[in-house]
Structure formats: C-alpha cells, structure tokens
Design a protein around this ligand. Sequence first.
Ligand code: FES
Length: 145
Amino acid sequence: MYSEKVMDHFTNPRNMGELPDASGVGTVGNAKCGDIMRIYLDIDDQGVIRDCKFKTFGCGAAVATSSMATELVKGKTIQEAMALTNQAVMEALDGLPPVKVHCSLLAEEAVHAALWDYAQKHGVQIPGLKPPKADIGEDGEDEEG
Ligand code: FES
C-alpha cells in the first residue's frame, strides 16, 4: 500500500537529527494521532536554506514526509519553501494512502512553523506566512494550503 519511495524514506530517512544553531525551529503536532514533527532550518543572509533537519515522533508516513520535505527545501529560498505544499511532498513520494494524507500536512506545517520562528527571531516579514497552529488537526484535514 505504500510506494517504494515512501518505504525508502521511512527505512532510510534523509536529514534526520537536529541543528543546534538553527535559524528557525518549528514543532507541530496532530492531537488526533498524537504524532509530532520538528523541523530545523539553517538560513543564510541571502534567505537561502543551507541545511535542514527533522525529528519526528510519529508514524512511518510522517517520517517519510518529513524526510522528503527536508530534501525539497534544502538549497531553496524562503519563498520557494513557503510554496511547498503537502501535495508536492506527496507527489514526490509517489503518493500516500488517503488515511495518511494528514501526515504530509504535518510536514508542510512544520516547515512553515520553522520559517515563522526564523522570521520572529530575525525580525523579518515573510509574505503569506501565518502563525503556526499548535495542533494541525484542529481545523480538520481538508484545509487547502
Ligand atoms: Fe498522524 Fe501519520 S498517523 S502523522
């Protein structure tokens, strides 16, 4: 039921760990399943994401989506990272079963939460960025992002 790419990123996650001197750290959770994802971003003066790591306490799909999300934002600008949707993460993984779509939403929200933390700490405005939600399950899972 899982694609080969999902299994690959689950069994061999990319960029797992933490960045002690991260420019921004974002943690989001989903109270319904109890899973938690944390993303660390290292952003340089040009607004380019130089490094990205994650820690996920959650299901296999959450591990795979966080791994893929870190791969997709690494080397990108803040604006490019802002444009990363859970849809794009899922496509890059060749899809997820419908009951696992919310896991990819956690990845999108964790990246946004880390960007929010960066913006707060560095006094910058990131157009279109909204404050992170503590629990991404609270508004339902069909929210368009
Ligand atoms: Fe909740 Fe996967 S089951 S993040």
